[in-house]
Design a protein around this ligand. Structure first.
Ligand SMILES: Nc1ncnc2c1ncn2[C@@H]1O[C@H](COP(=O)(O)OP(=O)(O)OP(=O)(O)O)[C@@H](O)[C@H]1O
Ligand SMILES: [Mg+2]
Length: 343
């Protein structure tokens, strides 16, 4: 039996009376215990909807239309609401992207910790308070006892984000989904949070799905990475391989747009155009969703289903890219440097 999270061909759509709009299409990945899988991509590419699909906490109007999600062999899509609720927290926990809506606005932080830790871990009040104060302290919140007495509106965005992270870490889940956990934090606090996530992985063997658009965070934290665009995974593989030998033109564009101190006089590469909205994705479903923005796209790319091409050599850990223009093991054949001299 596979230990961890297995996602196969997951598709999620928003429904209107007349049409359905796919926000996530045929997404597949495995997340082993004790591993960090990074999920990266531009805004609106479907990262959060993927996470919410796994938790079965989709917004109104959205539904999983196909696919399979297994946690340690249990089919999550076959569980009833009660069973799913029992699994959230200890089995599968989430640090939600929006810290403003993730906390109950009319209950103090302390009450929210005590209720959750009593319910999920069976702790008594004193044990829950001690655990919460300790975790808030480890995440660098000054005077955690005071924070426990405060309400969400009395905390800054970064403080709220750390409270949510602390709550998720206290649960010591088998699988943690961390959706942009460090966006509102300055770099020193970010380092503390990443340290705690690493501890969860190393000491408790948790699997972490780390969603971020910060390539530096992914490079430093993840073991493997999946690059998402237009609701699909366009490239995935070990982090070192994807960062040093990016195959998909989209991944190359993302990496090329990161400013580098040693290339100050070069123009940053950027990906022209904007990511597609849901209506445009419906129009693009015959071919490659990235083709309208891709400098390498041909007419064939726009009209034919995209193959998944293995970029890694036999014997290496698997690295694949979903692109018509990538040939097996042949990244170099289409690789062009996207940084140009200013003058
Ligand atoms: N509640 C909603 N109602 C309608 N459409 C939505 C809703 N939430 C998300 N979407 C749409 O689903 C698509 C995927 O959104 P998602 O939130 O997963 O993006 P994301 O990759 O997490 O972006 P970001 O990096 O900005 O958080 C987008 O086109 C978005 O507009
Ligand atoms: Mg998001």
């Amino acid at each position: 039996m596979f230990l961890g999270l297995q996602v196969e061909q997951l598709s999620t759509a928003f429904f209107t009376p007349r049409e359905q709009f796919h926000a996530v299409s045929n997404v597949s990945f495995n997340l082993n215990k004790g591993e960090v899988l990074g999920l990266v991509g531009e805004s609106a590419c479907g990262k959060s909807i993927t996470a919410l699909s796994l938790l079965r906490l989709l917004p109104p109007g959205a539904r999983i239309v196909s696919g399979r999600v297994h946690l340690n062999g249990t089919d999550l899509l076959a569980l009833n609401q009660h069973e799913m609720r029992n699994l959230r927290g200890k089995g599968l926990a989430c640090i939600f992207q929006d810290p403003h809506t993730a906390l109950n606005p009319v209950r103090s932080i302390g009450v929210q910790f005590i209720e959750t830790l009593k319910d999920r871990l069976g702790l008594n009040r004193d044990e829950a308070v001690a655990m919460a104060v300790n975790m808030l302290d480890r995440l660098g919140l000054p005077v955690p006892e005071k924070v426990m007495r405060q309400y969400p509106f009395q905390l800054s965005g970064g403080m709220k984000q750390r409270v949510i992270i602390a709550l998720a870490l206290c649960l010591q889940p088998e699988i943690l989904i961390a959706d942009e956990p460090t966006t509102a934090l300055d770099v020193t606090v970010q380092a503390q949070v990443l340290w705690e996530l690493n501890r969860l992985k190393k000491e408790l063997g948790a699997g972490i799905l780390l969603i971020s658009h910060n390539m530096g965070v992914i490079a430093g934290m993840a073991d493997r990475v999946a690059v998402m665009y237009g609701g699909t995974i366009v490239e995935s593989g070990p982090v070192k391989s994807v960062f040093t030998r990016p195959a998909h033109p989209y991944t190359r564009g993302l990496l090329g747009s990161i400013p580098r101190l040693d290339q100050k006089n070069k123009r940053l590469c950027f990906i022209r155009g904007q990511p597609p909205g849901l209506a445009e994705l419906n129009r693009l479903k015959e071919g490659c969703v990235f083709s309208p923005r891709c400098d390498l796209a041909t007419a064939h790319c726009c009209n034919h289903p995209v193959p998944s091409v293995q970029v890694s050599s036999p014997g290496e850990e698997i690295h694949t890219a979903a692109c018509h223009r990538v040939t097996a093991g042949g990244v170099a054949s289409i690789y062009t440097c996207c940084r140009e001299d200013h003058e």
